[in-house]
Design a protein around this ligand. Structure first.
Ligand code: SF4
Length: 318
């Protein structure tokens, strides 16, 4: 069952000297028990998209339906109730937790604000700490500042999951952790998804992690989705030249194989002054005249993928 439907999402920021279109016409669905990854270079709009689901910030246009409730059209009360089904964990769990507060209070905070009866809160907090691999008897009365980055991410996951969400937005959840801890946190997120039937929106620049955790993937460039579809199909046969360049930039662990780390040349253009036509044309090895004249729409391909390119890979003769 689809629990998250995003349609035509847009967010603009006024900055000195102009306007930045951080997100433009972004649409996707996520079903219960499925993971959609949002990937792309820094500044592509993936975090803004994730945060818009929680209203931080509110989008300028488009709709966000959570379990059938349109957050952008519902009354304030109904939207707030539906938003409780959406929880988020952030890259730097340490700075997202008040270091002076006790773990018990940090995890309980959302329940207290939501008016959950006091007698229910303690048992729910302790059960969730246990579920994320932290012994409540040892950690609940200690302060967040006493814990490592990996342990703080576990506390943050407990704080989100204790609200019994239907959707969990994970914004670069392992990017600031030691490699040895990353796999543990990824496994914990996977366990939570399986045990609670969550829909996951997994925002990451790490395409190796994305492949292991996701069912589908949306590739973003300068605020737009340029390719979206099932993860295995996209990883084995990317259609958009930007997707291919990103995948070719994944470091190759085998020293006997040539590095392709420079596959994505140059920097993205300024979001304040994006190129006309296809925004990727200034870095695209396949760019032609039409790419400057017309913005390619996101259109469905034969394998039920959607791609925004006039000359998708595998169809170059078109
Ligand atoms: S539309 Fe043109 S410039 Fe844009 S990705 Fe496709 S081939 Fe490259």
């Amino acid at each position: 069952m689809t629990v998250l439907e995003v349609d035509g999402l847009a967010k603009r920021y006024r900055v000195r000297g102009g306007v930045v279109n951080a997100v433009r016409d972004v649409s996707f669905n996520v079903a219960e028990g499925r993971t959609l990854a949002l990937v792309g270079e820094s500044g592509c709009g993936k975090s803004t998209t994730g945060r818009a689901l929680l209203g931080i910030p509110e989008p300028d246009a488009g709709s966000i339906r959570v379990d059938g409730v349109d957050l952008t059209a519902a009354s304030r009360r109904d939207a707030a109730a539906a938003r409780r089904h959406v929880q988020m964990i952030f890259q730097d769990a340490r700075s997202s937790l008040n270091p002076r507060r006790r773990v018990r209070d940090l995890v309980a905070e959302g329940l207290v604000i939501s008016g959950v009866p006091r007698a229910e809160i303690g048992p729910r907090v302790e059960a969730m700490l246990d579920a994320v691999g932290l012994d409540p008897a040892r950690v609940a009365d200690r302060r967040a500042a006493e814990f490592s980055g990996g342990q703080c991410q576990r506390i943050a996951i407990a704080r989100a999951m204790v609200m019994r969400p239907k959707i969990l937005v994970c914004d670069e959840p392992v990017a600031s952790l030691d490699v040895s801890v990353q796999a543990q946190v990824v496994n914990l997120i996977q366990d939570m998804k399986r045990d609670h039937g969550l829909a996951l929106l997994f925002i990451s620049h790490d395409l190796s992690v994305v492949r292991t955790i996701s069912d589908s993937v949306a590739v973003m460039y300068l605020g737009r989705i340029v390719e979206i579809g099932e993860v295995e199909g996209i990883y084995s046969r990317p259609s958009h030249p930007y997707t291919k360049a990103l995948l070719d930039s994944i470091p190759v662990p085998d020293p006997g194989r040539p590095s392709r780390g420079d596959a994505l040349g140059g920097e993205p253009p300024s979001p304040m002054d994006p190129p006309g036509g296809c925004a990727f044309r200034t870095r695209c090895p396949l760019a032609r005249r039409r790419c400057a004249d017309e913005t390619p729409p996101l259109r469905r391909t034969a394998d039920d993928r959607r791609v925004a390119c006039h000359f998708p890979l595998g169809e170059e003769s078109g």
